[in-house]
Write a protein that binds this ligand. Structure first.
Ligand code: ZN
Length: 355
């Protein structure tokens, strides 16, 4: 553990994480998973599913902007707060209850894919993790062209990398993600992807991406590989949205050693993705699969009668079981793969002082 200002004491953190059976890493020579409350050994998260791409903190205007950019797609209900209502992703009491419920339903850890250009608050995630007892891993980086802060256009690739390296060295970020291409892979997005690759090489932090329903998936991986990133530290996201019964792009990603993200699960889209997941399992790629739900819609909350943050486990996985996926395979995908993906040996020097 390193000392960071305004952080809870080690005793407080151990007490809170103890609720879910998590121990802080005692030494940092081996691989760790970096949660917002400190580094933990990967084996401490073996008691349940780790969902590698969710959202627990966003600004109220993120989803309306996101949906307006996808004009050809139907707008889900309840994407923005009603007048006078606290937005659910800023409501600590509500979110604490939702994550406690997810924990009871078999979720051991949640990864948040937001960053400042999406209105994500790291402080909110820390308080939520402390209150709920749910280990949370927070991503860092930039989302995609329509959401970039203006300076991305003028900074060089190396300047962006240096700024990211400083940022992830100063705060407990456990991944670089979600790093996105909105539609066509733009020049600015290429610059950000290359900067993220360099940040990974300097820190060993794993990377997970956003694609527009699988578009540019292989180009994303090409970009990382061209700079020397080992694909086993990369998860290409939202490729469940690339509907292809032959799963050609998905297999290519797996063959190169990266993870494929089926990360909008637990809803009506599952039906088209079950055969694709089964095809990948049958082709021997179970170890390359990662599941999550990309949670961001208030209608899906338990409080609103929805399945909540565990919906990948409680809604999607039973459908896979019915389609013939075995328990051992499902355990590998839900419990082992995300821990292998998130675990890294930190490269950056940190203060030896303990909290
Ligand atoms: Zn997302």
């Amino acid at each position: 553990m390193v000392n960071r200002t305004k952080r809870p004491t080690r005793r407080q953190v151990i007490g809170l994480l103890g609720i879910s059976g998590v121990a802080l890493a005692q030494n940092t020579t081996g691989p760790i998973i970096r949660t917002v409350l400190g580094d933990v050994p990967p084996e401490s998260l073996s008691g349940g599913a780790t969902l590698f791409h969710e959202h627990m903190s966003l600004s109220p205007d993120f989803l309306p902007k996101f949906m307006s950019l996808l004009t050809s797609r139907p707008q889900p209900a309840a994407i923005a707060p009603q007048p006078g209502e606290t937005y659910f992703l800023q409501d600590l009491d509500l979110m604490t209850e939702e994550l406690r419920a997810a924990s009871k339903e078999g979720v051991a850890c949640l990864v948040d894919g937001g960053h400042p250009d999406m209105g994500r608050s790291l402080d909110f995630l820390k308080r939520l993790s402390m209150r709920s007892g749910m280990p949370i891993v927070s991503g860092a980086g930039y989302y995609s062209e329509p959401f970039y802060p203006p300076e991305i256009a003028t900074l060089s690739e190396d300047q962006i990398a240096q700024s990211l390296i400083r940022e992830v060295g100063a705060s407990p970020y456990g991944a670089l993600g979600e790093i996105g291409t909105w539609d066509e892979f733009t020049a600015n997005e290429r610059k950000v992807f290359r900067a993220v690759a360099k940040t990974h090489l300097a820190t060993n932090l794993p990377i997970f991406t956003h694609t527009n329903f699988g578009k540019a998936a292989l180009e994303q991986l090409d970009t990382f590989e061209s700079l020397g990133v080992n694909p086993r530290h990369v998860a290409i996201g939202h490729v469940g949205g690339l509907i292809d019964p032959e799963v050609r792009v998905h297999k290519e990603i797996c063959k190169r050693g990266a993870f494929v993200g089926f990360d909008r699960q637990g809803g009506p889209g599952d039906a088209r993705q079950i055969p694709m997941v089964m095809a990948l399992i049958e082709a021997g790629y179970a170890d390359n699969l990662l599941f999550a739900s990309d949670f961001s819609n208030a209608a899906q909350l338990k409080r609103n009668g929805g399945p909540g943050y565990a919906k990948t486990v409680t809604v999607f996985v039973p459908k896979l079981r019915e389609a013939g996926a075995g328990e051992e395979t499902l355990h590998r995908i839900l419990v082992d793969n995300p821990r292998r993906f998130l675990a890294f040996v930190p490269k950056q020097k940190r203060s030896p002082k303990r909290v």
